[in-house]
Structures are given as C-alpha cells and as structure tokens.
Design a protein. Structure first.
Length: 166
C-alpha cells in the first residue's frame, strides 16, 4: 500500500525530471538557509553580548545529542529499505529514520530563535515544514518520521527555554 501511495504521489515529479532536480535543490537549500539564519542570529547575539546566545546555542545542541542517541536506539528503517521504491533523494543510509533529524533540528532551532527573533523563527519553522514535505516526497522518510521530528523539535525547543535560566 505504501509503495502505491508513494508512486502515485511522486508520479508527476517522475514525468518531469527537472522537478526531481528541483526537489533535491529545495532539500539542500532549506538546510543551508536554516543554517545561515541560525549562524547569523548566533553571531548577532554574541556580538551584542545578548544573554539569549547561550540558550540559542545550548538548547539545539543538547536536543540534537539526545535525538541522535534516540535514533541510534530506535534504528527505524527508511522507506526505501522497507518497500521497493526508488527514492527521489538518493541516500545510502540505513536505519536511523525516526524521527527525522533534519526536520527535528530545524524545528528546535526555530523555537530557540523565537525570543530573540520571532521573524527568523517563523521563517525557520516554515522551512522546517517544507523540508518535512520534501523529505517524504524524496523517499528518505516516512510521514511519521517528519511529523514526530517537527513535534519533538518544537517540544525540545520550548522545554529548553523553560529549563535553562535566562
């Protein structure tokens, strides 16, 4: 059933190879833009001596470490390992699909940026959602991987601000 759904969702992209290229470009661009926004805010906060800099760095770092440990323990297979699909985003990774790390990281970064820059946080969260869609269409994650990644990232970002003192 997943194979049929995936093939039907991606059929329009497969009919136009430039759309597959565009999907891969969007995947990479979302990651690069998020990283640039994040680095830019960190540089701005540190340069201004803003006390939020520590949280903006520590919350995503700690969350990423915890996620990496959880992914290693869970070691969920990727769609192309479970079903006979040809993913549009080429990866040779095996396992560690749940939750989606790119989407998780983008969501936790977005939440971490909210207090110092609500606009950058909103842009980053929108990019996280786009990345979630792209990663599923690309065949490297199941929908549950990216949905849990978004939710877990947001929760870690919010909890990090509650737990870490200002």
């Amino acid at each position: 059933m997943y194979t049929t759904i995936y093939e039907n969702l991606t059929a329009p992209l497969r009919r136009h190879p430039w759309l597959i290229t565009a999907l891969n470009v969007v995947d990479k661009c979302c990651v690069i833009i998020i990283a640039c926004i994040y680095a830019g805010i960190i540089i701005m906060l540190c340069g201004a001596g803003d006390h939020h800099a520590l949280r903006v760095i520590a919350v995503p770092a700690a969350s990423f470490i915890l996620l990496s440990i959880a992914r290693k323990i869970i070691n969920a297979p990727r769609p192309y390992e479970v079903y006979p699909i040809n993913p549009l985003i080429k990866r040779s990774l095996h396992g560690k699909s749940f939750p989606g790390r790119h989407v998780f990281s983008a969501a936790v970064i977005a939440c971490s940026l909210y207090i110092p820059s609500p606009i950058c946080a909103t842009i980053t969260f929108v990019l996280a959602c786009i990345l979630a869609i792209v990663r599923v269409l690309g065949g490297v994650h199941f929908p549950r991987d990216v949905i849990v990644g978004l939710i877990a990232g947001a929760v870690c970002g919010i909890l990090g601000y509650v737990i870490l003192p200002a």
